[in-house]
Design a protein around this ligand. Structure first.
Ligand SMILES: [Ca+2]
Ligand SMILES: [Ca+2]
Ligand SMILES: [Zn+2]
Length: 492
């Protein structure tokens, strides 16, 4: 079947009828010469949240096609309230005002879309709504707020950040951080300087007396900054004033030997550089956004019992393990947070397309999987299947029921969480983590079937390719399953 004919030839079978349109969002070619086209469904010119379709082909020969098309939508899209009225409702739902948003310098444009009011993909669950991305002044965190375009009521609000390694009662409000989308805009390519340091956990030394990373000269000192092919692609600060904001200035050292100076910050700086280099050399991915940017990192807000990726700031916040008091700046936790950046950019989370709750669970699993890939890469003789063991052991990928909060070993199995917004993604990723463990290491199968190991190189390669070319923000477990089978068959 010719790829170029598919969408027209099978239009009616796919449910593309009057008022429906599949608009091309993105077209790409991977290193295997496979081509990918990703489409968004529009109904009467309005995007349908969570409705994407993708085709995958080689030399115009169709190899796979998949997606979610909402059938038989019938809706009047005229006679909606003006965006300005919806904005007022959204602002008040975010405990903010137009003046505040202007002061932050962020946008308050809304997008009119057919939003999913329930995550069941039934046509009855769609309503016409405006979506606004706003920072809630109560917790200073970004949310997407949906206002019904007819009733003017708030339909839903979803967090626009990944809050990881958190216990339920630990969130304290942050002061406001002005949103800056990219950390690497300043072109200041002063030469990198190789420096040595001693990490916060002796285990990372792997028998050496010190480790090395790159810093940048700053006056007569050296700063925890790193250039890729853009300046300051990575900057690490210590949250000295304990406000959660990136306003503390550089961490400096007078020589290229950092020894134990700010070990939690230097460790994070090192992990991110290692991951940057590994993702570039192994998968050809240049920075989280594919455009050389990495992150700003704030280490050590004493109020924070969590680690967090803030997508619209490209920022990682690192607090302390509850009960342990140890910094969450560990090899696997820092890699987990940075991986959220990679996943979000690779799947297109930033566009106003809506991310499904199953996707959020996949996102957490991808972060655990590729964090473990990094732990194995850096410590080939001393890596493990747990996440957070150096500070606050939270998850066990091989035995999810042994995680701090017991996780399900199978889809909807024991320990499955139906609290879908916050608890769900971090709990339910257990079964995906176990799948990754099983295909990587295999299992003898005394009680279940025998699984043959394919090793970390193959398993992480499959997962990476799936994230990059097959997963979109609405994708769920079924898409992930189909995509892993397709990619494995194609590659191996
Ligand atoms: Ca600060
Ligand atoms: Ca680990
Ligand atoms: Zn996470």
């Amino acid at each position: 079947m010719k790829a170029s004919d598919f969408l027209t030839k099978y239009k009616s079978e796919l449910g593309i009828r009057e008022y429906y349109e599949l608009r091309l969002l993105e077209k790409s070619k991977d290193k295997f010469n496979l081509q990918h086209q990703h489409y968004q469904l529009f109904y009467k010119g309005i995007p349908v949240e969570g409705s994407f379709y993708s085709i995958h082909y080689q030399d115009d020969r169709l190899l796979a096609a998949q997606g979610t098309i909402i059938l038989d939508l019938e809706m009047d899209v005229l006679g909606v309230i003006p965006e300005s009225a919806a904005l007022l409702t959204a602002l008040s739902a975010a405990n903010t005002s137009a003046e505040e948003v202007k002061k932050e310098g962020t946008k308050m444009d809304g997008v009119l879309l057919l939003a999913q009011c329930k995550e069941d993909f039934l046509k009855e669950s769609y309503c016409l709504a405006y979506a606004f991305d706003l920072t809630d002044k109560k917790d200073n965190s970004p949310y997407r707020i949906y206002v019904d375009a007819r009733s003017g009521q708030v339909v839903k609000r979803i967090p626009l950040y990944q809050n990881c390694f958190e216990s339920s009662d630990s969130v304290e409000p942050f002061s406001h951080e002005p949103s800056q989308v990219s950390s690497g805009q300043t072109v200041n390519l002063s030469p990198k300087v190789t420096s040595t340091f001693i990490p916060n956990h002796a285990r990372y030394l792997a028998g050496q007396s010190s480790l090395s990373f790159e810093t940048l000269p700053s006056g007569s000192n050296f700063a925890l900054r790193f250039n890729t092919n853009v300046g300051n692609a990575l900057q690490v600060q210590q949250d000295l004033n304990a406000n959660g904001m990136f306003d503390d200035g550089d961490i400096l050292n007078p020589t290229t030997n950092w020894a134990n100076n700010n070990a939690n910050a230097t460790t994070a700086h090192w992990v991110i550089q290692r991951m940057y280099q590994y993702m570039l050399s192994t998968f050809g991915r240049n920075g989280v956004d594919g455009n050389s940017n990495l992150a700003r990192v704030s280490v050590g807000d004493p109020r924070a019992n969590f680690a967090q990726w803030r997508h619209f700031e490209n920022r990682i916040l690192i607090g302390f393990g509850q009960g342990t008091g140890l910094s969450l700046s560990t090899l696997d936790i820092v890699s987990h947070e940075l991986m959220h950046g990679y996943t979000n950019y690779m799947t297109g989370v930033s566009n106003l397309s809506g991310s499904s709750l199953e996707f959020n669970t996949l996102n957490e699993a991808f972060s655990d999987m590729l964090a473990t890939m990094m732990e194995r890469e850096i410590l080939p003789n001393d890596w493990n299947w747990t996440i957070g063991e150096d500070a606050w052991l939270l998850r066990n990928m091989s035995n999810p029921e042994l995680s701090e909060v017991p996780q399900p070993r199978t889809y909807q199995g024991a320990n499955w969480s139906y609290d879908v917004v916050q608890d769900g993604p971090h709990r339910n990723n257990g079964f995906l983590n176990r799948w990754f463990f099983l295909i990587t290491d295999g299992e003898q199968g005394n009680t279940g079937p025998r699984v043959y190991p394919i090793g970390m190189q193959a398993s992480s390669n499959i997962v990476y390719r799936v994230i990059d070319d097959y997963i979109q923000p609405s994708s769920g477990f079924a898409t992930f399953r189909n995509a892993t089978l397709f990619v494995s068959n194609f590659l191996y």
